[in-house]
Design a protein around this ligand. Structure first.
Ligand code: ATP
Length: 341
């Protein structure tokens, strides 16, 4: 659905050139929810804006839904953009228009008849769960409801691609989850390809199929979300994965435990997919003469299955500990000794 080849965007500023996007190649499949994660300044906004030509590339090519976006005339670009909806962090609604009028706006521009507009707006209001709010003004809505209007408006022209620019960053965690659920629902119902940018790994974990990690204008790592969780390679990726698997409290709690006398060996086990339901700890206790204490554990759900990490402490003879570690490895569960007694 989307192919970027050797795409670059250089801004000329008073202080010299800024390479916001630096020679990126990227392919996104039809029907996929693809996430781009990175810290502030990594180039995510510029990258997503290159997809609908809100930014023109300095070099490289952009293909979206079969069109070479970078070659289109202004008029053709306007038509091509109807295949690409976009939603924003601060919603970008028209404050003097009602919900229904906001959603109808792209249809008006396209010259759709009033009757058809009304029908389509009603469908969209239903799709995003805003029944009964068509006559309200944006100022009368909560943040989550405003984003629902943004989504309905972005879908008005039946696009093939939806771009989400930090769409949940202004929302509280519960509202974020309800908007993410809506995006998954729309992706499934309409087969829509979704590209989102975020600085929160929670967003990636919850809805994305694949993810690219961006740093200084480049993609430093990309892959299936579950694989990236299982084996992050780059330091930057490891940091983002930790946001979800080892939040600050876990780190603090572990630090506290590791400082204690007689904590023994501390192992971090990582389970993926069906592994999370296996009675591995029971197996270890039955097979080996060791004592196990469970220190911390967490299972997270991704679009492609579950992912969990468990911290345990083991006490027993040195040789036995090695045997336990080998046994865990033989069960295809990732294990790392993070503290030796
Ligand atoms: N219009 C512009 N003119 C000059 N420099 C720009 C422009 N837009 C972005 N940049 C620069 O390009 C780099 C990437 O910015 P970009 O906004 O794409 O990053 P980001 O990852 O989206 O960060 P944020 O989440 O903070 O927006 C930054 O160094 C930024 O200062």
């Amino acid at each position: 659905m989307i192919t970027l080849s050797k795409i670059a965007k250089v801004f000329n500023t008073k202080d010299g050139e800024v390479k916001a996007v630096d020679n990126i190649d990227l392919t996104i499949d039809k029907g996929e929810i693809f996430g781009v994660i990175g810290y502030s300044g990594a180039g995510k906004s510029t990258l997503i804006r290159l997809l609908n030509m809100l930014e023109a590339p300095t070099s490289g090519t952009v293909e979206v839904a079969g069109k070479s976006m970078h070659t289109l005339s202004r008029q053709k670009l306007r038509a091509a953009r109807q295949e690409i909806g976009m939603i924003f962090q601060h919603f970008n609604l028209l404050w003097s228009r009602t919900v229904a009028e906001n959603i109808a706006f792209p249809l008006e521009i396209k010259g759709v008849s009033k009757t058809e507009q009304k029908e389509r707006v009603n469908e969209l209001i239903k799709l995003v769960g805003l029944e009964g709010r068509g006559g309200s003004y944006p100022s009368q809505l909560s943040g989550g409801q405003k984003q629902r209007v943004g989504i309905a408006r972005a879908l008005a022209n039946n696009p093939q691609v939806l771009l989400c620019d930090e769409a949940t960053s202004a929302l509280d965690p519960k509202t974020t989850d309800s908007i993410l659920d809506l995006l998954v629902d729309i992706n499934k119902k309409l087969g829509l390809t979704i590209v989102l940018i975020t600085h929160e790994m929670h967003v990636i974990r919850k809805i994305c199929h694949r993810v690219a990690v961006m740093e200084s204008g480049k993609i430093v790592e990309q892959g299936d979300v579950l694989d990236i969780f299982r084996r992050p390679k780059q330091e930057m990726t490891k940091e983002f994965v930790k946001q979800v698997t080892e939040p600050e409290e876990t780190e603090e709690a572990l630090k506290h435990l590791l400082d204690k006398e007689g904590i023994g060996h501390v192992l971090q086990l990582t389970f993926v997919g069906g592994d999370t339901q296996r009675p591995l700890i029971t197996d270890i206790v039955r097979k080996f003469d060791v004592n196990i204490s469970i220190l911390q554990g967490k299972i997270s759900q991704t679009q492609h299955g579950s992912y969990g990490s468990l911290f345990i402490s083991l006490s027993g003879e040195e040789k036995l500990i090695t045997d336990v570690v080998d046994y865990i490895k033989s069960q295809q569960v990732e294990v790392e000794v993070i503290h030796s007694a």
